[in-house]
Ligand binder design. Sequence first.
Ligand SMILES: *Cc1c(COP(=O)(O)O)cnc(C)c1O
Length: 389
Amino acid sequence: MTALRLATDLDKVEHNTRVLVDRLAATGIRVTGITKAVLGSPEVAAAMLRGGACGLGDSRVPNLARLASHDRSPLRTLIRSPMLSQAGRVVAVADVSLNTEAAVLAALDRAASRQKRTHGVVLMIELGDLREGIALDDTPQAVRTVLGHSCLRLVGLGANLACQNGVVPDDENMGALTGLVENIEALHGICLDVVSGGNSANLSWALHTHDVGRIDELRLGEAILLGVDPLDRTPIPGLHTDAFTLTAEVIEVAIKPAQPWGDRAQAAFGEAPVRTSGGTVHQAILAVGRQDVDPAGLRPPPGITLLGMSSDHLVVDHGDHRVAVGDEIGFGVAYSALLRAMTSPYVTKIGHRRPATPKATHVPTPPQGPTRRPVPDIEVGGDAPAHAQ
Ligand SMILES: *Cc1c(COP(=O)(O)O)cnc(C)c1O
């Protein structure tokens, strides 16, 4: 096992899922667990399912293939519009996909017919965030298109907000989706199974509105994994915000001047941050870089300050912590750091689960100061889709 590793506390993921599933159940909303930030990790998916998620969703075909090879039954949804060139693979690995394009629907129908399957379709509706979505007025035509394909099944309608332009889910845009569902049902004499209101950014609306209308499902990734509301990245009460820890090894320790010297130009990644302090800093370098993690989403333990990061080096001021070469330091991660760390082939992925003994005492520790003892863990994330593509 390499020192550079991303550990997932699967019990915390399960807990976060359960809390959200229970809170939303009161409103009649089910949860689809979204695994794209963890590359379709079967272990994380299993934790979401134990926590009560009714199905799984991912934006990438290789991730869904990874889930399909581990999980027997749960419903798998492709949450990014399928590539026309991948229609056959989409039908093979996903039960349902979110769609907006007539050409793609035709290709999915042909692929489903060839594979002797029925493929479920959720039509995505544009509600103002201006990413994927069919205009409200064009929806009846899109519905007719789906209904006209014999190997497609119209599962429902959905929407996605807050991703491209930060448009906040509210009674107005969610009400528009409910209104559209009712119109479509009346117009076509059908009953839609799923009205998928959105992602983690919908939680605050769903839990505080007086009426969720016809919304009966949310697709939740970030809120489950990181315990924060993506609208302002504040912690959601009752959820763990430290299910993931990135641990890296110290490769140089020195007391260095706080100020660089010599003429200054750009650094490896543009302008270096201005250093204001004088005197010296207790500097340590860790063997982790921008190739492995986004420094903007890296949360150092208390008493440790990030000074800079290049492709392969993270420079910190370790303050009063005693740090030696070979020590390890654990960091918390925000969404951007989680995504990149999961995607880096240099970061070993590890999952913890509390042993199922009556006296369970092993609670994985949150990010803390340097440690000298590498914790022995089981490596569980072996077959990353990076190798499967
Ligand atoms: C990423 C994504 C989600 C999940 O978003 P979170 O903010 O992680 O909950 C849901 N739906 C779609 C279409 C997405 O692209």
